[in-house]
Write a protein that binds this ligand. Structure first.
Ligand SMILES: Nc1ncnc2c1ncn2[C@@H]1O[C@H](COP(=O)(O)OP(=O)(O)OP(=O)(O)O)[C@@H](O)[C@H]1O
Length: 328
């Protein structure tokens, strides 16, 4: 089946400055592809190239099987676009504005517009310039979805939305994808794409650091480990943990026993990778307590953004900023 988007060797220069350094990626039809990256990474620039709002300096792009530079308005109608910055300062209502967009984007069912407005909890009869940031964002989403496009390109779609509306947005994305549409969305935080995306590309300084499934990111992510082993010796516990692949940042504390409690070793560490080898080793101990936290995907992504992970062993984590470090 033809890929919904294929990007090869995409470069973009503004003047002398290159901000995209040869991106390669493909988006399967009927999936959600999320691009995450810090501010200035090049997410918006990539989207603008896909929509032919700006022209690449080099590379090739195929969107729904066509070259956006040559396809014209026919292709544009098959796409719904939510720009990152919406300028809605007109003295017109949301409804009038949508009518104006509908004239460009093609046929729109008024019933569907009303249904979307209701789901997003948006009053279409208010003047757009008087809308709050979140309500402007809803109007932007509505115009992107209303003509039932085959491809949605959404720049930071949940920005400014309250949690309930974010949930509704995610439900909407699932519905259109189940109906065969493809969604390409960007964010600077993982939580936004984590719920929705099948695949995630991490963009940093105009280059793709990695493309992965959310599941694979989860497996690679760092978890916090904490346990308490009764009657153990700190050196033995240290040696046991050293045998487990992916264990790091081990901190051991001996807790002396008293009349009520046996002497114990309290351990904290981090684990990346498989859980099973850890469980096998821990089974040798007389555990009184064990906590293995959910992997922190936000942390995993930050690590990829910035270099390497540093855990300080007390459950709080920080990331050292290592310029130029890339994880392929
Ligand atoms: N029209 C332009 N002229 C010059 N430089 C630009 C232009 N548009 C973007 N840039 C630069 O290109 C780089 C990438 O910007 P872009 O807006 O694509 O990043 P982004 O990942 O979308 O970030 P944000 O989340 O802040 O929007 C930035 O350094 C930005 O300053």
């Amino acid at each position: 089946m033809t890929q919904a988007i294929v990007v090869e060797g995409l470069r973009k220069k503004f003047g002398q400055r290159e901000v995209l350094h040869g991106l390669d990626f493909a988006v399967e039809p009927g999936t959600v592809f999320g691009v995450i990256g810090p501010n200035g990474a090049g997410k918006t620039t990539t989207m603008r190239c896909l929509l032919d709002i700006i022209r690449p300096s080099a590379g090739t792009i195929s969107v729904l099987g066509q070259d956006p530079r040559r396809a014209g308005t026919g292709l544009r109608r098959r796409i719904g676009y939510l720009p990152g910055e919406l300028h809605l300062e007109n003295r017109t209502t949301g409804r009038r504005m949508l009518e104006h967009f509908a004239a460009i984007s093609g046929p729109v069912e008024p019933k569907y517009v009303n249904e979307l407005a209701e789901r997003l909890d948006l009053d279409l009869d208010r003047q757009t310039r008087k809308l709050s940031k979140g309500n402007k964002q809803k109007l932007g989403l509505l115009q992107a979805f209303m003509h039932r496009p085959e491809l949605l390109v959404l720049d930071e779609p949940t920005s400014g939305l309250d949690p309930l509306v974010q949930q509704e947005f995610h439900a909407l994305v699932r519905e259109v994808v189940d109906g065969g549409a493809t969604v390409f969305l960007s964010s600077h935080v993982l939580s936004e794409v984590q719920q929705a995306a099948d695949a995630v590309a991490i963009l940093r300084d105009g280059g793709i650091v990695t493309i992965s499934t959310v599941e694979a990111l989860r497996n690679a992510a760092v978890r916090q480990l904490r346990f308490n082993a009764a009657g153990a010796d700190a050196n033995d516990v240290g040696a046991l943990l050293a045998r487990v692949p992916g264990v790091a940042n081990v901190v051991l504390r001996e807790l002396p026993g008293d009349g009520a409690a046996e002497a114990a070793v309290e351990a904290t560490a981090t684990l990346s990778g498989q859980v099973q080898p850890l469980v096998q080793e821990l089974a040798r101990l007389n555990l009184k307590d064990l906590v293995l936290e959910e992997p922190d995907l936000e942390e995993a992504v930050l690590t990829l953004y910035t270099g390497h992970y540093v855990g300080n062993g007390n459950g709080h984590k920080s990331v050292s900023h290592t310029e130029g470090a890339h994880h392929a």
